[in-house]
Unconditional design. Sequence first.
Length: 236
Amino acid sequence: MAEKILIVEDEPTLLDTLAYNLQRQGYSVITAADGWEAIRRARADAPDLIVLDVMLPGIDGFEVCRILRKDMSTPILMLTARADEVDKVVGLEVGADDYMTKPFSLREFLARVKALLRRVRLIREEMAASTVEQGEEGPLTVGDLVIDPRRREVRRAGRPIHLKPKEFDLLLFFARHPGQVLTRDQLLQHVWGWEYDGGTRTVDVHVRWLREKIEPDPKHPTRLITVRGVGYRFEG
């Protein structure tokens, strides 16, 4: 089956151009022209990738991304007409996987789409291989944390903790490698995918989010320890 891409763009000419070129590459394309429609289409059609403009009628792309990240890990490529570094940081912090500033070349756009979709395939293959190797992996207990890989649930002191999909993947990887110093590049490769090129700041942002949910005192972490100049270590 053709991989499905949702394009969210309120500029008709750009929307048509992107859709046409993606379809020529063999992708199945669905579209939305405002933020609320984007959320409805994403939840109803379960696309493999979302191309999301920042400036949209209704609610902007940042808010759309923030809402979708609560219940899905679909990769999101954000588009903006501004080159502000602040925009890029906000986009990453709300959960975007990649970021392009208008105007951009179609060749680069198609390359970014291809790389994101390839990353998704690699992650799925690694997860499938890991499942086969580990068999029916039961819950992992780390202190007062219980991490259930099959149900994708986390409890702290018996109480459920809501994690975004990528937060869960990151925590599970840490829990499978307790006491090991893991570099940001290692985390990017194993959690985000081998060809991820969005930068190591993504790791730092997700670690900060995890600390807010699993640490007794996020400002003085005792579980997710920063190893200065290298990466992070997860203490049991």
